[in-house]
Design a protein. Sequence first.
Length: 306
Amino acid sequence: MAENSVHPRALDYPESFLDGPIPHEAELTAGVTIEPGKRYGFFTDTTLCIGCKACEVACKEWNALPADNFGLRGTSYDNTGDLGATTWRHVHFIEHISDSNGARVTEMPPFQSNWLMMSDVCKHCSPAPCLEACPTGAIFRTEFDTVVVQQDICNGCGYCMPACPFGVVEVSPEDGKAHKCTLCYDRLKGGFEPACAKSCPTDSIQFGELRELQMRAEHRVRSLRERGVDTAYLYGTPEAPGHADGLRELNAFFLLTAPPETYNLPQAPTRPADRTGPGLAAGLGMVAALAAAAFALFATAKGDGA
């Protein structure tokens, strides 16, 4: 669909008030038909984020999540602080107060103010470490290749929390269950675009099929670099920062203009399952060594007694 064009189906709904939901509404709002068996995700372009927090509000309203952390935190103009059990979308506010030499910033780079803003969310990793760590099967991968927690099966063990390399999942003190973004699983099943992406006024958050989003993001990076934003790059796509041997790619990936650590993202996230084999081998080796030492001591003591 051409840029800024109107989907032909929009002509079928000329009235402001509708009798009910529009079938496959995502075709109109995101230009994508949601079908089971395809891979969907988010592309978040931080150069377009204005920090309005419409995504946070839309997420809380749709998922009936309570408001939290009223008041200033003392370290940022952002009040929510981080992702959590009741905050599934979070907008980082990062101010560049000084340049690389420690002097006050007096100039702004192209297409970016001296504020860096990024709407953070669960990455819906492929593969997902939280899913691999879950002992009850409460976390599963959906028919849309997204990762969802089923609270009625979750036993609150918390194994998913240290398994997540991004610190996304949190066990709620209210119900003792793990919570995180579902990529609006219920909306996808109804043919609707996720609430956060639909509410974003600048299209900083874009929803669609993963491969199409990746191609769109690569084109955006090339366009920005041609216009002077030499620092633009992708995080979470194959062979890019955020990709590691264990994590092939992130279904929610980002366009950044500063090092990942600036946005509280790891340069090379790790997958705990990759450490299971070496850890088990080390443990078995230690047991074997202790057994050999004990046998040697027993044999020596037995010889001395004879």
